[in-house]
Design a protein around this ligand. Structure first.
Ligand code: WQD
Length: 336
């Protein structure tokens, strides 16, 4: 199929484009490089030895979207483009509501115009808020604690209403848990512009001696070692989940929310110790107060993905840590 990937130069987007190309799909990438850069495009071609179309632009540009749909026979869309920093969204909610909601509405209007009604949406486990019980099922209660998460929940609702209005839409809402790691080549990986938000980029900065130590946000949670527990998933496994979701929307109509996680929870210190042992490196850390808004534990029930998508995460926490560090080493060599 020919697939439009919005935000396809981003961390998860680029890994997904690689796996789509590997699976034989044609890909059109639309990205404005707000949280990515041009070098990723060459890396994706280098990894796959395949070419794809790239348009630099914004999903809010309806005329540009119309031009893409006029020129390319798009059959389905994977929509990654959007702002995703939780902390920033609290400080600047309007930026998040305007960008994430308006870009999605523009995309849906143009898809409708061109009768393209197959969509995989990049949602997030953040829509579950603070879970009352674990593991988290797709029909667990939904609540959000920050504007970023609320944009994801609102977009999920918009998409459900689209299907009520027109049952010929095929939509999968992929709820990611905590994606980390990098492609085994080390050519693409997590390289957030500016100050990172998430745990693994901070661990990598400590490994790279850009930071003296990791700040562990609290060790007084009700977890095995007091630090936060999350369902970390290798970004390549996550990418393969998108390939499976494209196959699904090709065959079925309606809307389905599906968790993409491993079903296992690991604490902050589990991740630090795994990173240290597989990479033979020390990651000094200091326990500091909790980060406001953090939850204690979060991990997925993954039976629905297995059942509907015939997909299951394959890579373990050690592989995630190994690939994250290998990416850093390859990038350092390339930049020398
Ligand atoms: C993980 C754990 C922190 C940094 C966020 C978004 C979510 C999704 C994934 C987009 C927590 C601890 C972190 C640090 C630390 N993103 N930590 N020191 O908060 O689970 O989820 O990213 O969809 O929407 O909410 O991920 O990596 O920030 O934190 O101790 O320097 O690591 O307290 O327990 P989080 P995270």
């Amino acid at each position: 199929m020919k697939i439009l990937v919005t935000g396809g130069a981003g961390y998860i987007g680029s890994h997904t484009v690689v796996e789509l190309l590997n699976a034989g799909h044609e890909v059109v990438v639309l990205d404005n490089f707000s949280n990515s850069n041009e070098s990723v495009l060459n890396s994706m071609e280098q990894i796959t030895q395949k070419s794809f179309s790239f348009i630099r632009g914004d999903v809010q540009d309806k005329d540009l979207l119309k031009k893409i749909f006029e020129q390319e026979q798009i059959e389905a869309v994977i929509h990654f483009a959007g702002f995703k920093a939780v902390g920033e969204s609290v400080l600047n909610p309007l930026k998040y509501y305007e960008n994430n909601l308006f870009s999605t509405i523009c995309l849906l209007e143009v898809m409708n115009l061109f009768h393209v009604k197959k969509l995989v949406f990049s949602s997030s486990a953040t829509v579950y808020g603070n879970p009352s019980k674990l593991p988290i099922f797709e029909d667990s209660s939904l609540s959000t604690t920050n504007p970023y998460g609320t944009t994801k929940l609102m977009i999920e609702q918009i998409l459900r209403d689209m299907v009520v209005a027109d049952a010929t839409w095929s939509i999968v809402l992929l709820r990611y848990f905590n994606p980390i790691g990098a492609h085994e080549s080390g050519l693409i990986g997590e390289n957030p512009n500016g100050i990172p938000n998430n745990l693994m980029p901070y661990i990598v900065k400590v490994a790279n001696q850009e930071l003296p130590q990791l700040q562990v946000f609290g060790n007084d949670y009700d977890t095995k070692d007091g630090t936060g527990v999350r369902d970390y998933i290798h970004v390549v496994d996550l990418a393969l989940g998108h390939v499976a979701a494209i196959d699904y929307v090709k065959r079925y109509q309606g809307v389905e929310a599906i968790n993409l996680g491993t079903g296992h929870g690991y604490s902050v210190l589990d991740l630090v110790h795994s990173f240290e042992s597989v990479n033979h490196i020390s990651i000094p850390y200091q326990i500091v107060p909790r980060r406001p808004g953090d939850i204690a534990s979060c991990y997925a029930d993954v039976t629905k993905a297995q059942k509907l998508l015939n997909w299951k995460a394959q890579k373990d926490i050690n592989m995630m840590c190994k690939d994250a560090y290998h990416y850093l080493e390859v990038q350092k060599k390339q930049n020398h």
